[in-house]
Design a protein around this ligand. Structure first.
Ligand code: ARG
Length: 265
């Protein structure tokens, strides 16, 4: 009996040592993880939006990528850029997968409920792309038309609201909104006649229409100007300060304009 108790005690003490060890190990691993993680800054974007982010071969380049390089340098970290769908950018930040999102993203009250934004660094407005012969310019021109947008963007919101809200300008006109994963895909469908127009931010609309100038025109369509901001997880003050001072410096030096020039066709 005594032997048994002794054996049991031995087992318990061995177990205690093991449990103690393993919890120590996991602590160290945790520290190591966050250390190695903190050596990298992960940016999420949707690289379908020249001149702000687009693919050059396998690499994501553009105004936002250049800004992000400077942010990473200021933070003393290595930059990693991850491409994903535009509508999963804010969720990726909320889920802690991304450190920041730089994606020509408009600062909106809805998004501000989920993430924190930097100071504004670019002003934009919605444009409408249509075939040269249609040359749509107003909301009225879009009555009864099929309108392509990039899913989850402010262009999507504007058109969807016009169609769905009770006092929407396109309500009951037979207009349809067609969401695409990229504005270029929408433009492709415009060229082949599957849709009648594409609503997207000014500079991206101009890139697309310039590249197809024999067929497409782009004109100002929105009334309200939009400001782009870089987003971080709510409460990430430390990173936001680095982002803001980097942006402020670039703005003061007129560098953002230069980067837009550099990445425009
Ligand atoms: N500014 C618009 C928005 O915030 C469109 C941004 C799209 N950006 C992109 N990288 N695809 O909704």
């Amino acid at each position: 009996m005594k032997k048994n108790i002794l054996a049991l005690l031995t087992v318990i003490s061995i177990l205690t040592i093991f449990v103690g060890c393993s919890s120590n190990t996991s602590k160290t691993q945790g520290n190591e993880n966050s250390n190695s993680k903190s050596g990298t800054l992960t940016m999420y974007t949707n690289a379908e939006f020249a001149p702000f982010e687009y693919f050059k071969g396998e690499k994501v380049v553009g105004v936002d990528a250049d800004i992000a390089e400077r942010i990473a340098a200021a933070a003393g970290k290595e930059l990693k850029i991850q491409h994903t769908d535009f509508d999963s950018l804010v969720p990726s930040l909320v889920a802690g997968k991304a450190d920041f999102v730089a994606a020509a993203m408009t600062i909106t009250p809805e998004r501000m409920e989920e993430v924190d934004f930097s100071i504004p660094y670019v002003e934009s407005i919605q444009h409408i792309i249509s075939l040269n012969e249609s040359n749509y310019t107003t909301m009225d021109d879009l009555k009864g038309k099929k309108i392509g947008v990039q899913l989850g963007t402010t262009g999507d919101l504007m058109v969807s609201d016009a169609i769905n809200l009770d006092d929407g300008a396109l309500k009951g006109s037979g207009s349809e909104v067609k969401p695409y994963s990229s504005p270029l895909e929408a433009a492709q469908d415009l060229l082949t006649g599957r849709i009648d127009a594409v609503v997207v931010d000014k500079l991206t609309a101009e890139e697309i229409s310039k590249n197809n100038s024999d067929k497409l025109t782009s004109v100002k369509f929105g009334e309200i100007s939009e400001s782009y901001g870089i987003a971080v997880a709510k409460g990430n003050k430390e990173l936001l300060e680095i982002i803001n001072s980097t942006l402020q410096k670039l703005l003061d030096e007129g560098k953002i304009e230069e980067l837009i020039e550099k990445h425009s066709n």
